[in-house]
Design a protein around this ligand. Structure first.
Ligand code: AMP
Length: 555
């Protein structure tokens, strides 16, 4: 075990939970996790002030998994979330952290899907229920005893739930649960309405708030870019084309992400390496020395691994994954702008993380301007500029050294010097796209336009997000299926395709579009014979993990 994973090991969580967390690639607990986990483990009620991006889900999921009894097949913990999307995310997170706890099952309960299977899963003994309040109340109307055994309740994004008008539903749910339960409330803001709920329904709660001191950031030009999680790597590749950097450090959250991004960069010809907590000290020093002397230009690191890294060559910091708190943001971007030089810091923000961006702006007292993904024209201009810069110094004495050869070759081939120069350029640029049309073809990335300002709450933003990235219409005779494996499990579309082809015995044409997102993937399969196929794939594993493919129903 590396020194950093000791951070989780020191929290007194069950070893199978620590093992799952480490397998997920987390190196150390975030601030909110560090503070909340001992309180929840000790059985206290708690109010946590934290927004998406701080690691709040694991802050409650890990201690709750520790506190349930997997041998009891009945609901023991209820997590309420404002939207279906968040409920699914939280359920997936629980599944990930419970991977090494046999017998633990999680059910997500939300509107727009049939009630029968949800109720069945609860009755079949799912210990963890993640629900939106409206749908849970529908279940309570059918069976008022459904929550009678639940002794841990988490209200996630409580302020959003109230904004969506779930107050009355919450009261119904509180009444349906044992009074002796433990209640944990997470909210980004604590308006009077939330404090009133806490007053009525929490017992002597402990408060956890991540302290945010004002920080100063100088000489660093900051910008952010809105991007969907599954497009981060392509966005980084495109940004690198136009950013004029000397050395660059890219921050991500997990070990796996350091490896994935570093290899994507290497594949594009960048001199890049990963730096994470698994890398031995001597190797780490080698990476840093290489970055210092130019053998490397890009290092992809986790916060832990980049600690103490001081390389004056660094002109750019890319925050590919959001930092957990403003302090670590300031810390990260402080890697550039060393010794009074100018630096540039870029932050990728997914739609759900907009609020974290606002917190960073407040704490640093600076606006982090929005930039758009460079378009094809900008990419083309940057490529031509690079080519110009690389050729210009060679022109000066080239005629003296190679002029005669040029004359001879043009004569031998029987072509003009222009034709020969063009052929040499084609060779030198080695298939790189250097016309607008070719660049456009090569860059199918969908730009995300992001309205700024207050994030519209809950369902509304969920719907907006869904519209922007609405799944492609389903092909005729096809059904969409979902697996909880996604990019963060190291899955690529080709892995899913391979597994389904091999184990399902399907022809390639039978499989439609495969969409790999960060925490789940969608696959289009033939409707005809689907149930049989899913049974066949029951024990299929991809990248060492159970595929668990299920039919996915949209509204
Ligand atoms: P949340 O704030 O709960 O929405 O979490 C934001 C993201 O951080 C999720 O993608 C988590 O998988 C990830 N995450 C949470 N805790 C950690 C940790 N200790 N180390 C690395 N990543 C984490």
């Amino acid at each position: 075990m590396t020194q950093e994973t000791g951070g989780f090991a020191a929290l007194d969580l069950h070893p199978s939970i620590v093992a799952a967390v480490i397998a997920t690639g987390y190196e150390e607990p975030s601030a909110i996790q560090q503070q909340s986990i001992p309180i929840i483990l000790a059985g206290h009620d708690m109010i946590g002030q934290a927004q998406t991006g701080t690691g709040k889900t694991a802050a409650f999921a890990l201690p709750i998994l520790h506190r349930i009894d997997p041998s009891k097949r009945e609901p023991q913990a209820l997590i309420l979330a404002p939207t279906r999307e968040l409920a699914l995310q939280v359920a997936t997170a629980f599944e990930t952290y419970a991977k090494q706890m046999p017998g633990v099952t999680v059910v997500a309960v939300y509107g727009g899907a049939p009630m029968g299977p949800q109720l069945k899963a609860i009755r079949n003994g799912a210990q963890i229920v993640v629900a939106t309040p409206g749908r849970l109340c529908d279940h309570l109307r059918r069976d008022e005893k459904v929550l009678a055994t639940v002794n841990h309740l988490v209200l996630d994004e409580a302020d959003e739930m109230l904004k969506l008008g779930f107050m009355d539903d919450l009261e119904v749910i509180f009444k349906a649960m044992p009074e002796t339960r433990q209640t944990v409330l997470f909210s980004a803001t604590l308006p009077q309405s939330i404090r009133a709920i806490a007053e009525r329904h929490l017992r002597d709660p402990k408060h956890v708030k991540i302290q945010t001191k004002t920080q100063t950031v100088t000489a660093i030009e900051q910008a952010h870019l809105m991007v969907h999680a599954d497009q981060k790597v392509s966005a980084v590749l495109r940004l690198l084309e136009v950013e004029e950097f000397d050395a660059l450090i890219a921050f991500v959250r997990t070990k796996q992400a350091t490896l994935d991004l570093a290899s994507a960069l290497e594949a594009k010809g960048y001199k890049a390496a990963a730096l994470n907590g698994d890398i031995a000290q001597n190797q780490r020093e080698r990476v840093i020395d290489s970055l210092k002397d130019g053998r490397l230009d890009i290092v992809v690191a986790t916060d832990v691994a980049a600690r103490g890294l001081d390389v004056p060559r660094i002109t750019h910091v890319f925050n590919v994954d959001m930092p957990y708190d403003p302090e670590s943001y300031v810390h990260r971007i402080g890697r550039t702008g060393r010794a009074g030089r100018e630096g540039r810091a870029l932050l990728l923000v997914t739609p759900r993380e907009r609020r974290m961006l606002q917190v960073i702006e407040r704490v640093t007292g600076q606006k982090v301007a929005e930039v758009r993904l460079p378009n094809a024209q900008a990419v083309l201009d940057a490529r031509i500029k690079k080519l110009t810069n690389s050729l210009a110094p060679l022109v000066a004495d080239a005629e003296a050294t190679h002029g005669d050869l040029l004359d001879r070759l043009t004569a031998d081939i029987g072509c003009s010097p222009r034709a020969l120069a063009a052929a040499l350029l084609r060779k030198a640029t080695n298939g790189q796209a250097l016309t607008l049309e070719a660049v456009e073809k090569e860059q199918p990335l969908v730009p995300t336009s992001a309205p700024r300002g207050d994030r519209p709450a809950g369902e509304r933003s969920e719907r907006g997000e869904r519209e922007r990235r609405a799944p492609m219409p389903l092909g005729e005779g096809r059904a969409r299926c979902r697996t909880a494996l996604g990019a963060r499990d190291g899955i690529a579309a080709k892995n899913l395709l391979g597994a389904i082809l091999n184990e399902g015995g399907l022809a390639r044409e039978a499989i439609g579009r495969i969409q790999v997102r960060d925490s789940f993937s969608l696959v289009e399969l033939p409707e005809d014979g689907l149930e049989k196929l899913l049974t066949k794939l029951k024990d299929t594993r991809v990248a060492g993990k159970q595929l668990k493919l299920r039919r996915y129903r949209e509204d």
